[in-house]
Every structure is written in structure tokens, then in C-alpha cells.
Design a protein around this ligand. Structure first.
Ligand code: ZN
Length: 177
């Protein structure tokens, strides 16, 4: 079921109380849809945005290793300057960066099987980055950083080319909104 992306009723997580860091792909087709999605969480002008080709895959891929460094340097600044408490990782379907970095097998067809396989691949990279963010913030606390400041929620999403968003849930439970 497709639900309007501004509608908050079915978002299965509490709305952020403070600022947010959004990681998205560079894909030009979805720029306006990203804004609408964030407005659905009442986050207008309340989020930092980092744009990497491939979103989580872009940060994690080894070909341009400096991208990962750049991401975490910006994460540190977002936490310290804007006291973000949530990171949104916004993956998207039909992502050209997936074929760029992983090869032609990662261009998925619009079949039910292709859509499931595509979602699984995005979940893999999004969760990999999520785990790295949690680890990174834990290290900041271990180094003497403020525990409240460095306690960050990471939420992973997958947007389709219509701007509809699914949450990539830990239990592979499917949420669509
Ligand atoms: Zn993309």
C-alpha cells in the first residue's frame, strides 16, 4: 500500500526531537522527494544533508576511501555544531552508483524478485554503515565525549522513483509510507 509520503501516521519511529543528519545519493530525480519526506517528519530547515553517490554504498565502498573519511568528519561536525540526534540513511531504487561501484548485475529489473533482491542489497550496505556510525559514536564516548551528545539513532530507508519510502527495518519487517 502506498501512503502519501507527508503522512506521519504510519512512520514506525518516534519523530526526532532534535536535528537530523540526512545522507542521500546525488540522484537528481529524487531531490524534491527528499525534501518532502523530511517535511513529513516536521524537519524543514532542521537537518544537515550529506550527498554521496550511492548513499551508504558510496560511504562504504573502497574505491574512493577518502569518501568514508569525509563522511565521518562531517558527522563529527554535525554532532558538535547542530547537536543532531538522528542520522537518516536514505537509499534509493534504480541507483546508478550501485552499477558504477558493484557492476552490471546490480541493475535490478522491476520484477517482484528484482525488487526484493535490490532491497536486500541496500539493506546490507545501509546496515553496514549504521553499524560503523554506532561504533564511531561509541568511540567518541570512550574518548571522554558527552554520552548524551554522542548517542545517535540511525534509521535506514529505501526510496522508490515515485518518492515513496520503505523503512529498512532490523527484522526485515516491511514498512511503507
Ligand atoms: Zn543513486
Amino acid at each position: 500500500m502506498e501512503v502519501h509520503r507527508r503522512g506521519p501516521a504510519v512512520r514506525p519511529y518516534p519523530p526526532p526531537r532534535k536535528n537530523v543528519l540526512l545522507l542521500s545519493c546525488m540522484d537528481l530525480r529524487l531531490l524534491d522527494d527528499m525534501v518532502e519526506f523530511m517535511e513529513g517528519d516536521n524537519l524543514s530547515n532542521r537537518y544537515d544533508q550529506l550527498v554521496f553517490a550511492g548513499a551508504a554504498l558510496g560511504v562504504m565502498q573502497p574505491k574512493h576511501s577518502s569518501w568514508r573519511e569525509a563522511f565521518f568528519q562531517h558527522l563529527d561536525i554535525a554532532v558538535q555544531l547542530h547537536e543532531i540526534r538522528d542520522v537518516y540513511i536514505m537509499e534509493h531504487r534504480n541507483c546508478g552508483a550501485y552499477t558504477h561501484f558493484l557492476g552490471p548485475n546490480f541493475n535490478y529489473p522491476d520484477t517482484p524478485e528484482g525488487q526484493v533482491a535490490e532491497e536486500e542489497e541496500h539493506r546490507k550496505h545501509a546496515f553496514s554503515l549504521r553499524d560503523q556510525i554506532v561504533k564511531h559514536c561509541g568511540q567518541r564516548i570512550d574518548e571522554g565525549g558527552d554520552r548524551e551528545l554522542w548517542t545517535i539513532n540511525v534509521r535506514c530507508f529505501l526510496m522508490d522513483l515515485r518518492g515513496s519510502v520503505r523503512m529498512l527495518d532490523q527484522d526485515a519487517e516491511k514498512w511503507e509510507f
